[in-house]
Each structure stands twice: as structure tokens, then as C-alpha cells.
Design a protein around this ligand. Structure first.
Ligand code: ATP
Ligand code: MG
Length: 666
């Protein structure tokens, strides 16, 4: 039995049906890599008598995994195949690591009910560990230390700015303290989800052999984003009979600073000398001007494995539009005005024709950093245009959910000190770093958790009267919530938290409702049972995973979050030197070639229309600064760009409105 492969081109068919033990597909954006991979899974499923669970498809985001599952089941439904209980395993590297640890972690002495440290908990834990030697480390420095810990776990050399710090020699001690606190708390961090299964496989070859025997086919999408540890993990999973199918685009490596991108494609070929390599050349996504423009930019990179990209969509040929605007407010106004125009004269006196049937969810506004989004959101709101903000992290500080998660974490485990440390300053601002340091030291000296310290007489005298009242109220709220947890569902418990703690309900945030799609399956049944799996799902999410493609709304997201997605109309905004490439942002390891790849990823999300914009002046870091266009804007081939200078309000008053179209020039 086989599936219908007529919708695939010749190369795609060859890839889907290949019987080679190792296969590498290197192809540009929109050439159908993910489409081909989904067909390959369906092909294997229909053509095999082996258990379906012998197929393992690895992605880098939970969202991509979800989409892959949907695409495979859609192909199978079209084929009339019924749903099977025995399913292929489709998920992220981290989700696989987590499953292995849950099943076999006891062999490493890990408690089966261990929890995953969230981003904010990790910050608090590192602050706690650092407080013994450096009580006043700034948040930026704490993040650097976290990076150092992570690099160390990933076998990477330390970041030069930290390595040159005189405190670097403390890093061994900090690392050991951090690890020992994780163990006390029965927690693992994100890197441990790969590192620990690797250790497990090394120390217990029988466990490794069992996985290798079970898995017959491994498929990896977005292979360019694999890192050192994940590559090693992948190799350990490969048994003598396992086939490996890796697919990716080196030009889209945007997480692999330090030259890791091309390196892993070359390493794959070296490690699997008999591997077949297939390239896909036809692009089914973008109109020719968009492809030409994107290719002209990426051609400036020297460290690449270049691939051809031949357009198949030839019925749209609008040039790329470049808006040059006087300041960030004008930029946002101009973009929203253009959106109104495109969706058919929405609220306009004289509607102008836009591309056929543009809906809100056909449009994305992409930016390099989250804080560039506020003016766009404001203008969309004023124009009455629905929009969705895709969050950096569902539990992270810019999400409506961020105030709720520490409560949920404490409900799972009241002795979770990092969650308490996250919560206190949010409940009462007087819980400063110094107060938290005092409390943590007292708890550690007595060998107890913050919860035990503060819910018993041990904590007496450590706080001011008003702070003690705050603690008493908090502990009594937590006790009530514990009771609700046993009787209600998770949605009710979240509502109770918001009511009891006087915090805004995440259910009220229309524009940040993407998380609800992920959360809804956990809202039925008992909260006590659903809470841990729900938090685990949240902790495995990465940037961009709250995007809901079905929402009738314009999407606002970072370029990173847009990877793998496509939209008929894309606006790339804030394209200024210092922002893109991100040289002005201290905690970002900026690298021109990597930033250019990111720019390329952004451009190639567009199917029919691509708009680029920048402002000549912008408030940044609390001051108004003059801006110059991103150097990448100059790299877009001039023959596919039309420049639209947007006048400032005062210029508009002087001159009659005119839209000047000219060829883009430096
Ligand atoms: P990216 O590099 O951005 O991840 P990709 O190579 O994975 O892109 P896909 O997302 O798989 O590309 O495909 C891009 C678009 O092209 C999708 O809309 C897909 O349905 C369509 N497509 C892919 N192959 C074909 C084909 N043979 N015929 C028609 N449409 C196709
Ligand atoms: Mg893809």
C-alpha cells in the first residue's frame, strides 16, 4: 500500500520514497521541506507492517510538532486511512528527553515526579545561588550567568564577556551549588532534558539499546538548528537498523551562533558517508520579487551551502515596498494604514483595491524585538483591527499568564523556593533583593523551604509587620487554593487565583489569547490531575508557540517566532542599524551572518506581498535617537523594491498628499 504522491514534484517524490539508510535534504525556504517530511511519515506509515511507534519525527518547537501531526493525519485522511492507536512519535528533542527521563530517570536517581525549572524560576534560583557571594548582581548579569551554566551543559566554550570577568573563576562553585539546589528541589532545567538522557544512555547501555531497537526511522525537520548536545543525542538514538532522514536549510540557521549551522550538515555527511543528498529547487511560497530580494540579501553571507530557489508562483509580481518614515509613531501609523487599505478599504473614505480577499489572519507584522511592537498594537487597536500578540514565553514576563504561573507551581510543590522568590516581589514590592536574601539565608540555615519557614513560627521577626501580613494572606490564599485544586477544574482554579490575588485574569486578554488554545485540553477533569501536565506543556514551549493560525487577527511576532510559517502579506518593521543586526542590544550575541539569516527568514515568510519599514528617529533606551536603515535593507536588490517615503505630519500639512514611487537607491 502506498500514498498518492501526485501533488509532489519529482525530487520530493524521490525523497519520500528513498530507501537509503541516511538521507539529507538541503533546500531553501518554501521548497516544501516540511511538506515532504509529512508525506514521508505518511508514506512510511502506510507502507509498513512495523509498529507506527517505530517512527520518530523530531522538531524544534512543540508548535511545529503539532502542525506535523495535523499534516500527517490530513494526508492519511485524504487517503482514507483511519486513525490508529499505535502512532508515530512526533515531538521536540526536549519532549523526547523528558519522556525518557520520566520512564527511566530513576536509573540516574531522579525522582519520577521531578519538575522543569521555568525561565523565571531559573533566574531566581541563580540569584539565590549568587547571593552568597554576589548579592547585588543585576538582572542582565544574572542572565549572563545563566548563559554560562547553559553553555557549560551544552559543551560550549563560555561567552567571551563572561569568560573575561574576574568572577569567572567562581563559576565552578556556582555550577556545583546550582546543581545541588536543583537536586534538593527535585527539579531539572531545560538543558538537562537532553543532557540527562545522554548520561543515562552512556551509563546504562541496556536503556539505550531498548530505545534503539524500538526506533526504526528518525526524521528531523529544521536540521540547521541542531546543537552540539542534540546532535549527540540523535547519534545515540541511532541503532544499527535505524534510518535517518534530516532536512534543513543552512541559510535559515538562526539559533546556532558560533558557526554551528553549516557545520552540522558537513558533519552529517562525514558521519554518514553513504548518505544520499537531495536538493529541492522549486519554491511554492513566494512571488518572484520576494524571492529575488531575499536571495540578494543572503548572497552577502560567505559561510553558506547555497541552494537554488525557482519560483512557481508567477501570477503575483508586486515589488517589495519600502516605507521610510520620520519616526516610530509614523511608521506604525503607516503600516496600519496600509493594512486597512489591503483589507479592502476598511474604515477608509476611498477604498483602494487590495489583493484578492485579504483576511486579518493573512497578515503578519514581524520585528526583531518584542518591545518594538507597542505602537503597532496601539494603532491596530485604534483602527479596530483585531490582532494577536505572540508572546516570547507563555509563562514569561510579557505574557498575561506570567502572574499566575508561580501560584500554580507552588500548588504543585509548596517547597518550590524559586517560585516563591518569583512571587513575593510581585505580591509586595517591598520584598527587595535584600529581603529575599535574608529570607533565603534563614531558610537555608534552618534546612527548610521558604514555605515551611514562613508558614510556621520559624519565620517570626524576619519581616516588617506589613510584610508579615502579606505573607499570612498569601499562605491562607494558597491553602484555600489547595482545597479548590481537589474539587474544581483548572480553569476555575486559575480564575480563583486571579480573584484571590487581585491580578488581571489571562482569560480577559483578547490579543494574547493564543495560550488558551494550548491550555483548553487541560481544563476538563480534575485540576489536581491536570495541573502538572499543564505546567509541563507550558515549560516545553518556546517563543512563538502561542500563535493561533485560526484566529481572525493580524499577527504580531518576532522574526524568530515566525520561522517555518508563511503569510500572504508580511510587514518587517523597525529595520534600522543597531536593531537589525541587533548590535545595540547588549545581551544578544549578535553576529552579522546570523542576523542576515534571520532577516532572510523574515523576508521568506511572505507569499504575495512584502513590506519593509524603518524610522529615521526612534525612542530607544529612554532617549530619542537618530536612526539609519539596516544595512540589510541596502542589500535587497533595487530592481524589486519600490520606495515610499512617508512624510511627517507637519510635512503633510505643507504638501498635498503624494505617494512617490521610485527605484530604491542608497
Ligand atoms: P521553510 O524553509 O520556511 O520551513 P519549507 O521548505 O518547509 O519552508 P513548506 O512549508 O513545506 O516549505 O512548503 C511551503 C508551501 O509550499 C506550503 O504552502 C506547501 O503546502 C507548498 N508546497 C510544497 N510542495 C508543494 C508542491 N509540490 N506543490 C504545491 N505546493 C507545495
Ligand atoms: Mg519548513
Amino acid at each position: 500500500m502506498s500514498i498518492d504522491l501526485h501533488s509532489l514534484n519529482h525530487r520530493q517524490q524521490e525523497a519520500v520514497t528513498a530507501s537509503d539508510k541516511a538521507l539529507l535534504i538541503i533546500a531553501g525556504p518554501g521548497t516544501g521541506k516540511t511538506y515532504t517530511l509529512a508525506h514521508r511519515i505518511a508514506y512510511l506509515l502506510k507502507g509498513t507492517a512495523e509498529p507506527h511507534s517505530s517512527i520518530l519525527a523530531l522538531t524544534f518547537t512543540a508548535k511545529a510538532a503539532q502542525e506535523m501531526r495535523e499534516r500527517v493525519s490530513q494526508i492519511l485522511q485524504e487517503e482514507g486511512a483511519c486513525e490508529h492507536d499505535d502512532r508515530p512519535w512526533i515531538g521536540t528533542f526536549h519532549a523526547l528527553g523528558l519522556e525518557i527521563l520520566r520512564n527511566e530517570g530513576k536509573r540516574l536517581g531522579i525522582l519520577s515526579e521531578f519538575r522543569i525549572l521555568s525561565e523565571s524560576e531559573q533566574i531566581e534560583l541563580v540569584k539565590e545561588v549568587l547571593s552568597q557571594t554576589m548579592p547585588s548582581e543585576s538582572l542582565a548579569r544574572v542572565k549572563k550567568w545563566i548563559r554560562l551554566l547553559s553553555d557549560r551543559k551544552n559543551g560550549l566554550p563560555p561567552d567571551s564577556s563572561v569568560a573575561s570577568s574576574p568572577l569567572f573563576e567562581l563559576s565552578d562553585r556556582l555550577f556545583n551549588c546550582y546543581q545541588s539546589r536543583l537536586k534538593d528541589l527535585a527539579m531539572v532545567d531545560f538543558d538537562d532534558l537532553i543532557l540527562m538522557p545522554l548520561t543515562l544512555f552512556k551509563e546504562h547501555p541496556d536503556v539505550k539499546a531498548a530505545y534503539q531497537n524500538r526506533i526504526h526511522h528518525i526524521l528531523v525537520d529544521e536540521f540547521q538548528d541542531i546543537n552540539n548536545l542534540q546532535y549527540e543525542f540523535l547519534n545515540e538514538l541511532l541503532g544499527p537498523q535505524t534510518s535517518l532522514w534530516a532536512i534543513g536549510d543552512a541559510d535559515q540557521a538562526i539559533y546556532a551562533f558560533r558557526g554551528a549551522n553549516v557545520h552540522y550538515f558537513l558533519r552529517f555527511q562525514k558521519d554518514h558517508p553513504s548518505a544520499k543528498t537531495i536538493t529541492l529547487e522549486y519554491n511554492y511560497r513566494s512571488a518572484p520579487p520576494i524571492l529575488i530580494g531575499a536571495q540578494s540579501v543572503i548572497a552577502y553571507n560567505t559561510n553558506r551551502l547555497s541552494t537554488a530557489c525557482i519560483p512557481t508562483i508567477t501570477d503575483v509580481s508586486s515589488p517589495i515596498t519600502l516605507f521610510t518614515t520620520p519616526h516610530e509613531k509614523a511608521e506604525a501609523r503607516c503600516v496600519v494604514h496600509e493594512i486597512e487599505r489591503l483589507i479592502g478599504g476598511f474604515r477608509m473614505e476611498s477604498p483602494v483595491e487590495g489583493p484578492d480577499d485579504v483576511g486579518f489572519n493573512d497578515i503578519a507584522i514581524l520585528y526583531r524585538f518584542h518591545h518594538l511592537r507597542s505602537h503597532f498594537a496601539e494603532n491596530l487597536k485604534q483602527a479596530g483591527i483585531p490582532y494577536q500578540l505572540v508572546d516570547k514565553n507563555v509563562a514569561g514576563s510579557d505574557s498575561p499568564f506570567s502572574n499566575v504561573t508561580p501560584y500554580l507551581e507552588i500548588l504543585v510543590n509548596p517547597h518550590n523556593d524559586p517560585a516563591f522568590r518569583t512571587l513575593f516581589p510581585r505580591v509586595d514590592k517591598t520584598f527587595s533583593m535584600a529581603v529575599m536574601h535574608r529570607l533565603s539565608s534563614a531558610a537555608q540555615n534552618k534546612g527548610m523551604s521558604l514555605y515551611t519557614l514562613l508558614s510556621t513560627s520559624h519565620g517570626k521577626g524576619l519581616l516588617e509587620t506589613r510584610q508579615e501580613e502579606t505573607v499570612t494572606q498569601l499562605i491562607s490564599l494558597l491553602k484555600c487554593l489547595q482545597i479548590h485544586l481537589q474539587t474544581g477544574n483548572l480553569k476555575d482554579v486559575i480564575a480563583d487565583i486571579c480573584q484571590g490575588a487581585h491580578i488581571p485574569s489571562p482569560f480577559d486578554s483578547q490579543e494574547q489569547a493564543g495560550w488558551l488554545v494550548l491550555a483548553e485540553p487541560f481544563f476538563t477533569g480534575s485540576a489536581a490531575e491536570k495541573l502538572s501536565p499543564f505546567l509541563e506543556t507550558l515549560s516545553l514551549l518556546k517563543e512563538g508557540e502561542t500563535y493561533n493560525p485560526r484566529a481572525e487577527a493580524v499577527t504580531l511576532m518576532t522574526v524568530h517566532a515566525a520561522k517555518g510559517l508563511e503569510f500572504p502579506i508580511v510587514f518587517m518593521v523597525g529595520l534600522e542599524s543597531g536593531i537589525f543586526p541587533a548590535t545595540e542590544f547588549g545581551d544578544t550575541a549578535s553576529n552579522d551572518e546570523e542576523e542576515r539569516r534571520l532577516f532572510y527568514v523574515g523576508m521568506t515568510r511572505a507569499r504575495k506581498r512584502l513590506f519593509l519599514s524603518y524610522a529615521r528617529e526612534r525612542y530607544l533606551f529612554g532617549e530619542k535617537r537618530e536612526r539609519t536603515p539596516s544595512p540589510f535593507v541596502y542589500e535587497v536588490s533595487p530592481e524589486v523594491v519600490e520606495t515610499c517615503p512617508v512624510p511627517s505630519q507637519s510635512e503633510k500639512k505643507k504638501k498635498p498628499k503624494s505617494k512617490q514611487l521610485s527605484l530604491f537607491s542608497r
